[in-house]
Design a binder for this molecule. Sequence first.
Ligand code: ZN
Length: 146
Amino acid sequence: MPSLIAKRPAVKFFNPATDKWTQPFWDAAVQHRLVGASCAKCGAFRMPPTPFCPHCHSQLLNWVDLPGTGVVYSYSIVASAIMPGMDDCLPYVTAVIALDEAGDTRLISNVVDIPVDQVRVGLKVRVIWDDDWGGMTIPRFTAELR
Ligand SMILES: [Zn+2]
């Protein structure tokens, strides 16, 4: 029996919030650039970006282009609808992605387009972009499987 493919949760169920600290991330996403917030004083990455660096308390940030690759740090397969009307987007995989070249930062996203039974901790993934997400572009991740 073939494995189920990890789907994309529908836009109507999720509504990412932005603010002045995160807007540069979303602006880059529209351009299909995955960026990370790096402290302009000490270089530490912080994702999501916070007003103060947890290491040196600086408020200065540099937005750094990342390669868009990483590994699955943790994940959860959602196989049952958590809200009415969700059946069409099941199963989906919510994952914590450890981003390459971004220090110890991790990004919560989805792993999509691969069989759910092949998602595992340590799986190498790369970003793909879902445009037109209620006016935003969302980074998601997939893997090349053999
Ligand atoms: Zn710092």
